[in-house]
Design a protein around this ligand. Structure first.
Ligand code: HEC
Ligand code: HEC
Length: 164
C-alpha cells in the first residue's frame, strides 16, 4: 500500500506543484497534500514544522535564525508536512517595532540573526490573513517558534501556529 501511494505520488508530481524535494500525499497525512522528502538537503522549504534553529545550531550548518517557524492550516500537523503559503507573520519587538515575514511555499518563515539587530526582546507574534489575525498572548524570547509549536504542542503551546 505504501509503495502504491508512493508511485501514485510520483506520477502526479508536476500537476500538484511539488518538486524533487517533496511529494504528494493524502490529505489525512498532510492537509496541504504535500510533504517534504528532501531530508537535510538545504532549502528555504526544508523540514517544515521542525525546529530549524536547534538543528542548524547542532550541525553548525545553515543560516543562523533569530526567528523561524512554520504556519499551518491545522493545529496538529506532522513534521515535514507543508503548511500554508503566503500568510504574514508579524513579529513586534518590546519597543513596538514590527517585522513582517511571509510564509514561503512550504509555510516556513524566518529572519536571519544578521538582520535582527533592531528586534528588541521579548517579542510578541501574530499571524495575519486578510483582515483576520491570530495573536500569541504571551511575549517570548526564544525565536524558534517550532520548538514550542510542535504537532502536540510543548511549553504550553496548543500545537502548530495556525492561519486565522
Ligand atoms: C535536521 C536538521 C535541519 C532542520 C530541522 C532544518 N534545517 Fe535548514 N539546513 C540544515 C543543514 C544541514 C543546512 C546546510 C546544508 C548545506 O550547506 O549543505 C541547512 C540549510 C538551510 C538553509 C540555507 C539554504 C541555502 O540555499 O543556502 C535555509 C534557508 C534553511 N536551512 C532553512 C530551514 C528552515 C526554515 C527550517 C525549519 C522550518 C530548517 N532549515 C530546518 C539542516 C536542517
Ligand atoms: C517558548 C514557547 C513558545 C515559542 C518559542 C513560541 N510560542 Fe507561540 N505560543 C506559545 C504558547 C504557550 C501559546 C498559547 C498561549 C498564548 O497565546 O500565549 C502560543 C500561541 C501562539 C499563537 C496563537 C495560537 C494560534 O492559534 O496559532 C500564535 C499565532 C503563535 N503562538 C505564534 C508564534 C510565533 C510566530 C512564534 C515564533 C516567532 C512563536 N509563537 C513562538 C508558546 C510559544
Amino acid at each position: 500500500m505504501q509503495v502504491w501511494v508512493g508511485l501514485m505520488a510520483a506520477a502526479t508530481l508536476s500537476a500538484c506543484g511539488t518538486d524533487a524535494q517533496s511529494t504528494t500525499v493524502s490529505p489525512s497525512v498532510c492537509k496541504s497534500e504535500i510533504q517534504w522528502t528532501g531530508g537535510d538537503e538545504k532549502s528555504p522549504l526544508m523540514h517544515p514544522g521542525k525546529d530549524c534553529v536547534a538543528c542548524h545550531a547542532e550541525r553548525g550548518e545553515g543560516p543562523e535564525f533569530a526567528i523561524a517557524g512554520t504556519v499551518y492550516p491545522d493545529m496538529h500537523e506532522a513534521d515535514d508536512c507543508y503548511g500554508e503559503a503566503g500568510v504574514k507573520v508579524v513579529i513586534t519587538g518590546s519597543d513596538g517595532k514590527e517585522f513582517t515575514l511571509t510564509a514561503n511555499a512550504s509555510g516556513n518563515f524566518f529572519m536571519e540573526k544578521k538582520d535582527s539587530a533592531s528586534l528588541k526582546l521579548p517579542y510578541t507574534a501574530k499571524v495575519v490573513s486578510g483582515n483576520k489575525e491570530n495573536a500569541m498572548g504571551t511575549a517570548q524570547v526564544a525565536g524558534s517558534c517550532n520548538s514550542c509549536h510542535t504537532k502536540a504542542g510543548t511549553g504550553g503551546a496548543p500545537g502548530r501556529i495556525t492561519v486565522p
